[in-house]
Design a protein around this ligand. Sequence first.
Ligand code: HEC
Ligand code: HEC
Ligand code: HEC
Length: 131
Amino acid sequence: MYDGGKILTGLILGVVLLTFPFWYNLGRAAKMPEPELTAKAKQAKYCVEPKSYMKAYHMDLLNKWRDEVVRGGSRIYVGFKAKEYDMSLQNTCLKCHENKKKFCDECHNFADVKPYCWECHLEPKEAKGEK
Ligand code: HEC
Ligand code: HEC
Ligand code: HEC
């Protein structure tokens, strides 16, 4: 009457399916984001400021840039190694980090932050199908 083997298989399958979202997400949560550098960024070798600063404070730098531009001051920012940059999200940051999805978003999705900047600022046009 009862097929022990089938019941057991069914039970195991049930447990696996029920807990699937749990362990599937565990695997994903453990994976640290790996922001990709474009060929252009690699060629530049360094960012506007040293990497450790950029990693932790890029949002503060962007706020500073916005404030200075909007207050009508100079648009020139002197960064790391005295290199000069035009203070622009679109024309500077995203000209070098053109792969927003694989760079900015890679971290932001992981950290669950959604900068609202793109309601007004243009995102780079990335190749269709690229995520
Ligand atoms: C001229 C090219 C260039 C420009 C312009 C540029 N970056 Fe970068 N960025 C780089 C490079 C190259 C690195 C990697 C630096 C390293 O490894 O030392 C980097 C690193 C970073 C990192 C750290 C990534 C990590 O893996 O931790 C962040 C965040 C970042 N940039 C954001 C920005 C923002 C925001 C702007 C505009 C304010 C900007 N970048 C402008 C080339 C650029
Ligand atoms: C190395 C990972 C990493 C990369 C690469 C990165 N970000 Fe971020 N970004 C973060 C984290 C983490 C936060 C949230 C920090 C916090 O809340 O204190 C953040 C926050 C921000 C914020 C503030 C959002 C808010 O709502 O407060 C802006 C704006 C921003 N990032 C812009 C950018 C742009 C533009 C790029 C690509 C050029 C970029 N970031 C690349 C990790 C990254
Ligand atoms: C409601 C629309 C709006 C939103 C949302 C917005 N901005 Fe802006 N931003 C502007 C306008 C308008 C200017 C002025 C442009 C100019 O004078 O060149 C500006 C200028 C800037 C500048 C300096 C000039 C430039 O070309 O980039 C920076 C940097 C900047 N914003 C960063 C940000 C960041 C970072 C966010 C998200 C955290 C953001 N903005 C969200 C409208 C917006």
